[in-house]
Ligand binder design. Structure first.
Ligand code: SAH
Length: 240
């Protein structure tokens, strides 16, 4: 069995032959499309298994049993080539997923891939989080919001928390010195209706760069003035 299979066991995930087959197809298509569309800087087989696929699956360690017990609505903000959303969907097919991405070239890839992998209950949305979060079909409508490598936490909170239902959870994948990033985002999290709930270390020997999951609960509705216009959250982050 390959390195993804072996490492996933440490996360409590035993990949089935059909899931492993899906990851093989995902790898092949990612690398093939990467010739034409800028999807990833990582194309080596082993590196993709660990740095993209395994890393995405670490998010599951922040899921609650209820998240996995019944159909839960999840959204991946700035999913790029489908990370972490597609690996999570492959392993937990009961999750309903919206994959949100601003770049049409990337969502074309996602449409092709989701069809090729025959994934059900996956909606691909091309748009900016700042605009899509204004649509009632999306705003406040997700039990779980995930995001990887999109923005610093004060900015990310503004892009992600509006999508989260009250009582739901926003899980941000972060690495490095997150202490400072978190202290800069306390105000933003509060203003947007969130509460920092946990910073969970990813304890895997495969990663030596202090990866964590920042887990934020949505405790009240995001005020209507957020998110601000496209680009403003990054230009003028909500600051303490
Ligand atoms: N989550 C993926 C991609 C990270 S790169 C991964 O971990 O590999 C960041 C992605 O977020 C890019 O594809 C970019 O187009 C998208 N993005 C950045 N800001 C966004 C916004 N405001 N709304 C939607 N997508 C955004």
């Amino acid at each position: 069995m390959n390195s993804l299979y072996r490492a996933a066991i440490k996360l409590g995930v035993t990949l089935t032959p059909s899931q492993l087959q899906s990851f093989e197809i995902y790898f092949r298509e990612l690398v093939a499309w990467n010739e034409k569309v800028n999807l990833t800087g990582i194309t080596d087989y082993e590196e993709v298994q660990i740095k993209h696929f395994l890393d995405s699956l670490t998010v599951a360690t922040a899921f609650s049993p209820e998240d996995l017990a019944h159909p839960v609505r999840c959204i991946d903000i700035g999913t790029g080539a489908g990370l972490p959303g597609i690996p999570l969907k492959i392993v937990f097919p009961q999750l309903q997923f919206v994959l949100l991405e601003a770049t049409t070239k990337k969502t074309k890839f996602l449409e092709y891939l989701v069809d090729k992998l025959e994934l059900k209950d996956v909606d691909i949305v091309t748009g900016r989080a700042e605009e899509v979060a204004r649509d009632d079909a999306y705003r406040g409508n997700f039990n779980v919001v995930v995001s990887r490598a999109v923005a610093a936490l004060p900015v990310l909170a503004e892009l992600c928390l509006p999508f989260c239902a009250v009582g739901g959870t926003f899980i941000a994948q972060k690495k490095g010195d997150v202490g400072e990033e978190i202290s800069r985002s306390v105000k933003a999290i509060d203003v947007l209706g969130g509460r920092l709930c946990d910073v969970k270390k990813v304890e895997l020997e495969e990663f030596a760069d202090n990866r964590v999951l920042v887990i934020i609960k949505k405790i009240s509705a995001t005020p209507p003035s957020y998110p601000r216009r496209p680009g403003i959250p990054a230009k003028r982050p909500i600051s303490p």
